[in-house]
Design a protein around this ligand. Structure first.
Ligand code: ATP
Ligand code: MG
Length: 315
């Protein structure tokens, strides 16, 4: 349904998106996950035809975004990062306005506006001016306008940002309900969002794809690794070095309170070996626990490299 090929976007000398390629099948819900400045919004703006790429191509339902922009826009509902403000319109008149703009036939217009209001639960505020609504309701208006033309594809840029926990839960439920009926790409920089709503995730970092897999697949990929948590009575200086030099150890961090975190490759026998080293160093072992690395760690590993840390985040 969506094909993105070798997409590149330069802002002056800065590459915001760097030869990005991926595809999304009809009916899929894909999460676009990445830290601030990764290039998520830029990619979405190009897919929706709001901005031309510097190189590469995007097709939606077989139509090229720049050769057939009208065909593409007909098929896409877009919730931008900062939704346009038509503060002095009422919710209902705004949705009618968007539906007309999107070319919804006159005979279907009222019914589609009703459905969008119903799906996003805006019935109680339909006659109120948008500028007087709370942030959460304004966000729902944003989602509602994306839905009103009943498009095949929904592109939602950070759909739950700034909402309170109850509204976050409601919007996630709404996205799940929409899932069977639309092809969806949503962006977020928080993991629970993709875990709650998406089947597949594309992790993007510094304009490139760092990983692309199903949620399960990504967790599995890293399942070889394990983190070992150790707590000791007496943190001896030498123990960190001893642990670091143990074969299979990928990293050691000593925290306050006698806590040591050790990332390992999960190879057989490594944990007893680490216990032995701690005991031999004479630290007084109080606690040792092995933990499988979760998706949050995968995300951090994939998006944090020494190179990035040295350069600082791209903002
Ligand atoms: N109009 C612009 N002019 C210059 N640079 C820009 C422009 N828009 C974005 N950038 C830069 O491009 C990079 C990618 O930005 P983008 O907004 O796509 O990231 P994002 O992944 O959506 O981040 P966030 O999670 O903060 O929304 C950033 O380094 C940003 O500073
Ligand atoms: Mg963004």
């Amino acid at each position: 349904m969506i094909e993105v090929r070798e997409l590149t976007k330069n802002y002056g000398p800065h590459k915001a998106v760097d030869r990005l390629s991926f595809s999304v099948k009809k009916g899929e819900v894909v999460g676009f996950l990445g830290p601030n400045g990764a290039g998520k919004t830029t990619t979405m703006k190009i897919i929706t035809g709001f901005m031309p790429p510097s190189a590469g191509s995007v097709t939606v339902a077989g139509f090229d975004v720049f050769e057939d922009p009208i065909e593409v826009k007909k098929r896409i509902g877009y919730l931008p990062e900062t939704p346009p403000v038509y503060g002095e319109m009422t919710v209902e008149s705004y949705l009618k306005f968007v539906a007309r703009l999107k070319g919804v036939e006159k005979s279907k217009l009222s019914a589609q506006v009703e459905r969008a209001i119903e799906k996003t639960d805006l019935g109680s505020v339909r006659k109120r001016m948008i500028q007087n609504l709370s942030k959460g309701y304004r966000q729902r208006v944003g989602i509602s306008q994306a839905l009103v033309s009943e498009p095949e594809v929904l592109i939602l840029d950070e759909p739950t940002v700034g909402l309170d926990p109850r509204q976050v839960a409601e919007v996630r439920k709404l996205i799940k309900d929409l899932a069977g009926h639309h092809t969806i790409i949503l962006s977020t920089h928080i993991l629970p969002e993709v875990q709650a709503t998406c089947e597949r995730i594309i992790i993007i970092n510094r304009g490139r794809i760092a990983a692309e897999d199903s949620l399960d697949g990504l967790s599995r990929r890293m399942s070889g690794s394990a983190r070992v948590h150790v707590r000791v009575v007496d943190m001896k200086d030498s123990v960190v070095g001893d642990l670091r030099s143990t074969p299979g150890v990928q990293g050691v961090v000593a925290r306050g309170g006698g806590v040591i975190e050790i990332d390992t490759d999960g190879s057989k026998g490594i944990t007893p070996k680490l216990a032995e080293r701690v005991v031999t160093a004479g630290c007084g072992l109080l606690e040792l626990r092995e933990e499988r690395i979760n998706l949050e760690d995968v995300f951090l590993k994939l998006t944090t490299s020494e190179e990035n840390q040295n350069k600082g985040a791209t903002l």
